[in-house]
Design a protein around this ligand. Sequence first.
Ligand SMILES: [Zn+2]
Length: 269
Amino acid sequence: MNKLSLFLPAALAAYSFRWSWWSKNKKGLNVLVYHKIGYHPRGSKLKELWVTPERFEKHIIWLVKNGYNPVGFSELLDCYKNNKPVDKLVLITFDDGYENNYKYAYPILKKYNAKGNIFIVYNTIGKVNIWHKPEKEVWVNMATKEMLLEMDRSGVIEFGSHTMNHPRLAEISHEDAKWEITESKKQLENLFQKEMFAFAYPYGSGAYNKDVRKLVLDAGHIFDFSFKQGKTQWPWKRDDMPIDRLFIKNTDTCFDLGLHLKKGIAKFF
Ligand SMILES: [Zn+2]
C-alpha cells in the first residue's frame, strides 16, 4: 500500500465529520427558516439566503415523501394547547415577507398540499427591504397587501409578525421596542382580520433578553421564534425560552435537510 491510498480514505473520513451524521438524534419541534426563494440578483451579498425554486421544490418533495407534515401556526397552536406530539410536523417559516415568497414558494407549497408561514415587517409591505443598507444587501420587492391577502385566503400560508421596521429590538429604547412589537401585531390583525399570535425577532435580537421577550409575550403572542440554530424541546417550556429554528441555505441538499431535522443541524463547519 502506498501512502496516498492510506491518506485518501482518512482525509475523506475526516471531511465527512463536517456533517452531523455521527451525532445523536435530537427530538423536538422542527421549524425551518427560509428567507428568499428565487435567483439571487447581481450584487447580493447574502447569496446563500436565496434558495432557488428548484431547490425549494426538491426540499418539499423530500419532506412529503419522508412523512413530514408541513403545517401552519394554527396547527402548532392546537398541538401546544392539547399537548399533542410534533415529531413528524414541520413548520416552514419565511422571514421578512418578500415578493418572491408569493411568486415562487406559494405555488410550490400549494402544489404539494404543504403549508408555509411568513413573518411580515409591516412598514415594508409593498415596498423594499429598506432595513438593509443597499451596499450590504440589494433591495428587492416585498409582497404587496393584495399578495398577502390572496395567500391568506388560500389557507396555504399563515402569517406572523416581524415588527414594523425590522430593528434590533435589544438595541433600541424600551418604548420603541414596545411600539415595534405591539403596533405590528395590531396592524396585521387589522389587515387579515384575525389574531396574530406568532412573532419572530429580527436578527434574533432580544430573543434571549428578558425584557424584550416579556414585551413580546405580554403583547399577546403565544409563540416567539428565535434566530438560533436548533430544535426546541416539546412540550415547549414557553416561560423559559423562545423556539429555535433550522436554517436552510441554497447549498443545503435533501441530505442536509434530513440531517437538520434529525440532528438539529446539518453541518458543524
Ligand atoms: Zn428578518
